[in-house]
Design a protein around this ligand. Structure first.
Ligand code: CU
Length: 301
């Protein structure tokens, strides 16, 4: 929804976090066009597939009705562009909000969080952050859903999920699991490796969260990250020998997910140090989650 903020970086994420957040993550990837990866190949087998295409008018290819379950959702669409990556999100809107109303709200106030967002159920998404194709493993629970482009920028396509979510969902076989909660991002199982990763991200909290994964210089310390975040809060530039905003290079983005949701995504990551963070605005303090401690540093050897 916040397309303008997306072309800039973290300080704007702070501002944008009053909105839904995701928003700002990718601008800098564009300033560093060398940061391109090929699509990882760890696609799980044995899952039912949904094949979607992102067109200017919106998402096409969604069946009107599917059975509750775990799906391999494959998406084809535009390459990451000037406004960041394209992608899809699966959302259950609040009772009484139509896809048209939801879309009209986004169009009317593109830089503000739509009123419906915090009352919605975000089932995760597929982000085309490294090329025109990507996929993710998403779970669809029973009820009325829409599929729309990231940040709700196109009219959502309605679909119905029937039946019950099976209790024995197939294991996608991730090599690493990230848990999200208030206000923590942590590796709870396995570890990241250099190269292709299959990552399960589980929102074990109550609020909506997303994950921005940004590369920072090797050996970056938590103190340096804190110094940079302080500079965002105070508006004072970080010390000349400290971590600079330009040192933080977005590598991947895992779309908004509500509490209880798990998604599994492929991530291609070089060896190095990465800053994992969530910039959703806290409903009470209005602070971005990252400023409340929802971040971590990981090293991939
Ligand atoms: Cu968060």
């Amino acid at each position: 929804m916040n397309t303008r903020a997306r072309v800039t970086a973290i300080p704007v994420m702070v501002a944008a976090s009053l909105g839904l957040g995701s928003i700002a993550t990718f601008g800098k990837a564009l300033a560093h066009p060398g940061h391109v990866h090929t699509a990882p190949n760890l696609q799980p087998t044995g899952l039912e597939e949904i094949n979607l295409t992102i067109e200017e008018s919106g998402v096409t290819g969604m069946p009107e009705s599917i059975e509750a379950g775990r799906y391999l959702v494959k998406v084809t669409g535009p390459e990451p562009g000037e406004m960041g990556p394209s992608g899809i999100m699966a959302i259950q809107l609040p009772e009484g909000v139509t896809p048209k109303q939801a879309h009209d709200d986004v169009l009317a106030n593109p830089n503000e969080i739509p009123g419906w967002a915090m009352e919605s159920h975000f089932g995760g998404g597929v982000v085309l952050d490294h090329g025109p194709e990507n996929w993710a493993v998403l779970d669809f629970t029973p009820g009325a859903w829409i599929v729309t482009t990231l940040f709700g920028t196109t009219l959502g396509v309605e679909f119905e999920v029937t039946g019950e979510l099976p209790t024995d969902l197939p294991d996608p076989g991730a090599n690493v699991t990230l848990d999200l909660l208030e206000m923590v991002i942590r590796v709870s199982d396995g570890e990241f490796v250099a190269g292709e990763n299959l990552v399960t991200v589980h929102n074990a909290g109550a609020q909506i969260h997303f994950v921005d994964i940004s590369k920072v210089p090797d050996g970056t310390t938590k103190e340096q990250i804190e110094g940079l975040m302080d500079s965002f809060m105070t508006g004072t530039p970080p010390a000349a020998d400290g971590l600079q905003e330009a040192d933080v290079m977005p590598a991947a983005y895992i779309a908004e997910m509500s509490g209880g949701v798990a998604v599994t995504v492929p991530l291609m990551l070089d060896a190095g140090t990465y800053f994992l963070s969530c910039w959703i605005g806290d409903p009470e303090s209005q602070l971005p989650h990252a400023m409340m401690g929802m971040w971590d540093l990981i090293t991939i050897e």
